[in-house]
Design a protein around this ligand. Sequence first.
Ligand SMILES: C[S@@+](CC[C@H](N)C(=O)[O-])C[C@H]1O[C@@H](n2cnc3c(N)ncnc32)[C@H](O)[C@@H]1O
Length: 368
Amino acid sequence: MSEFAGKLNEILNYGALNLAIAIGYKNRIFDILEDLNKPVTIKEIASASKLNARYLKEWLGVMVSGKIIEISTNPNEEDIYLLPSEHALYLTRKSESNNMGVYTQEIPLLTACAMESVNEGFKTGEGVPFSKYPDFQQFMAETSDAKHKKVLINDFLPSVENGQLLNCLHEGIKVCDLGCGQGVALNLMAETFPNSIFTGIDNHEAAIIEARKAAQEMNLSNANYLVLDAAKIIQKEEFFGLFNYICAFDAIHDQSYPLEVLKGIRAMLVPGGMFSMVDIKAGSNQTDNINHPLAPFLYAVSLMHCMPVGLNNNGTGLGMMWGQEKAESLLKKAGFEQVEIIEMERDPFNLHYFCKIPSFLSVEFTVP
Ligand SMILES: C[S@@+](CC[C@H](N)C(=O)[O-])C[C@H]1O[C@@H](n2cnc3c(N)ncnc32)[C@H](O)[C@@H]1O
């Protein structure tokens, strides 16, 4: 077999493993195996998980041959299965920041939602509406939950402006999370900084309903949510000069009209206000990303979701891998004169684009 044919063989196996791991993750089989914490029979797994033994057996075939789960035999000559602890570390909900199991769901989920529409898009060039991705917001909330809990409060916010933002948040400022989805980040911030007032903006009504529900369950009186198309903000003067700090996590590259959205963000800031755009770390040219350890995965997510949703309504369709050069240039075009691009140690796949607008309007005097 040629080297390339061998590679294709591996791709077939790894693609299949990705799908089966996603099914195992969704059905909490890894969590259950971790809790059982010893080699167990299919019957024991079925009983602990309340899942069908025949389906489990076929799934275990994938896991055993894929060397995710170990097989041996008990004294009764029955097959018994063990999830090694070093594998559980990356596959269960307890894994928190190490959790890679959650991400295995992404490609199968996007395939189920959008395969046909994306195939159609290849012919027509049209976008794919957000409504085609009914389960994606929930998935985003799940991944954001792990990510934001890991870095947002303890690492990210304290790093902004060398801790100055943190002081302001404790004292009390007005904050907006643009493209807030189900409000995971916003609710966490509102809980941590009770003196500040937080407004989440998203055009996905169902996501905002979930965000409001979560805020209510957390008894947050300082978290508000608006269903709003961020591209329209620039036309609404009532939104101008409202916020001291605006953040947009993983949200700008999905926009149909990113320049209008960034102009709206600029307009919503008070003088001296700050904006953090956190977006994927990549170069704007495909050749820049050849050695990126996750590039095929990220481009595929973009192909199946970010780019087609960004193409809606004749939109720009930036795609997730729009890259640093394009991002910086768009921020500048939107009026953010100074853009600081910051690497984040605990979030190595994203970049923090930090923008601060002047605290007063500078007037240039010319000596006559
Ligand atoms: C990839 S998700 C990120 C969600 C969230 N910030 C997080 O970190 O989990 C992008 C979000 O941008 C929202 N969005 C896309 N276009 C929008 C628009 N024109 N106006 C407001 N929100 C928009 C989507 O509904 C989605 O919730």
